[in-house]
Design a protein around this ligand. Structure first.
Ligand code: KG4
Ligand code: ZN
Length: 341
């Protein structure tokens, strides 16, 4: 029997149908255009868009999967962390469907879903946990930058997180400084392809500290001062490409070095990565090279599952359901500050 899942923690409305680890359908409506003119996500607008989009997406996802609401074995939604009003739309919609269909509701931790997303591969995507092994997992997006030790399935230990800006947020803010549209990560990557990563030297925050935390606001500030001191740079396209390549190189070096260092310290054989910034090819390549060098297996979420999506919510919810984890109450509320582990 299939499971219906919703994800509305930030600015993607997403509905997916999952059965035995297979993603039968996943439809996502991105609100990027809507928020671009404000230079960031406006929570109230995000919630209204979710309200408008979610039920039509759910209907289409079920239709394209060939699934009747009556046949659902469970309904899942992201319960936290995230924007309270945005989370509420997905959570309450899922609880309402579960109530109407008299099936269990399962509330899912958004970061926990990211942690298992690298184990969903293929087209159509299929989760395969048969090869699962303890790993160190990097979750890196516009809202979060986390390093987590997955000691076993369902046994997570948060190693570190960003003390201020997330890596994607840093890229978005640098993009704003050089006049790029929000979110800027993908465009910075594109510009960086023809830039020189060693052109400008930007700080590698916390690279040499022995903890597993990150900090990216200082990097953003150093780019701001650099542009203040070189005001003509933004008018020179090649210098802008060099700047993008240099900033990207600084961020990637910190993420890769700290991830691999944690994996080696903890004696795991596997590293995984997910979240919107994991779409970045330079990060994917550098992480793969560093893992290869240290004989670590690398598993990267496929790009379509790096950004927020309901497939990862559905896969994790089904896993919990089949493992016999009790359903969540239909009265449960959103947990915007829900901490991992
Ligand atoms: O996971 P996501 O869709 O949403 C959350 O922030 O939770 O991630 C979006 C973030 C943005 O900061 C965006 O600039 C960044 O991921 N991003 C990228 C790339 N594609 C998206 N960063 C670097 N390179 C990319 N190709
Ligand atoms: Zn996310």
């Amino acid at each position: 029997m299939p499971l219906l899942a919703f994800e509305t923690s930030c600015d993607e409305s997403s509905a997916a149908v999952v059965e035995r680890g297979r993603v039968l359908s996943n439809l996502t409506s991105s609100q990027v255009q809507l928020h671009a003119e404000y230079g960031g996500v406006v929570p109230e607008l995000a919630a209204r868009e979710h309200l408008r989009n979610l039920i039509p997406l759910a209907r289409k996802a079920m239709k394209s999967a060939g699934v009747d609401p009556q046949s659902l074995k469970a309904v899942a939604a992201t319960q936290g962390p995230g924007l309270p009003s945005a989370l509420m739309v997905g959570l309450k919609a899922a609880q309402a469907v579960a109530f109407a269909q008299r099936c269990p509701f399962i509330g899912i931790h958004h970061h926990e879903a990211h942690l298992y997303s690298p184990w969903i591969q293929g087209n159509p995507p299929q989760a395969d946990f048969s090869q699962f092994q303890p790993n160190v997992s990097l979750v890196v997006s516009g809202g979060h930058t986390l390093l987590v030790h997955l000691q076993a399935e369902s046994r997570t230990h948060l190693l570190g997180s960003t003390l201020d800006d997330a890596a994607g947020e840093c890229l978005d803010k640098v993009g704003k400084l050089i006049g790029l549209a929000y979110p800027a990560g993908a465009e910075i990557e594109q510009l960086a392809q023809q830039g020189e990563p060693g052109a400008f030297s930007f700080p590698r925050p916390m690279l040499h500290e022995s903890n597993d935390d990150f900090s990216f606001s200082g990097l953003k500030t150093s780019v701001r001062y650099f542009l203040r001191d070189h005001p003509k740079l933004v008018k020179d396209p090649q210098r802008v490409r060099d700047l993008c390549a240099s900033v990207q190189a600084a961020i990637v070096e910190v993420l890769v070095t700290k991830t691999v260092r944690a994996a080696r310290r903890l004696h795991v054989q596997c590293v995984t990565a997910s979240g919107g910034v994991t779409c970045n090819r330079r990060l994917r390549q550098s992480l793969a090279e560093a893992c290869h060098q240290h004989q670590l297996e690398i598993r990267l979420a496929q790009p379509a599952l790096c950004t927020d999506n309901a497939s990862m919510i559905g896969v994790l919810a089904e896993r919990k359901f089949l493992a016999g984890q009790p359903a969540s109450s239909l009265d449960e509320e959103v947990l915007p500050g829900w901490e991992l582990g």
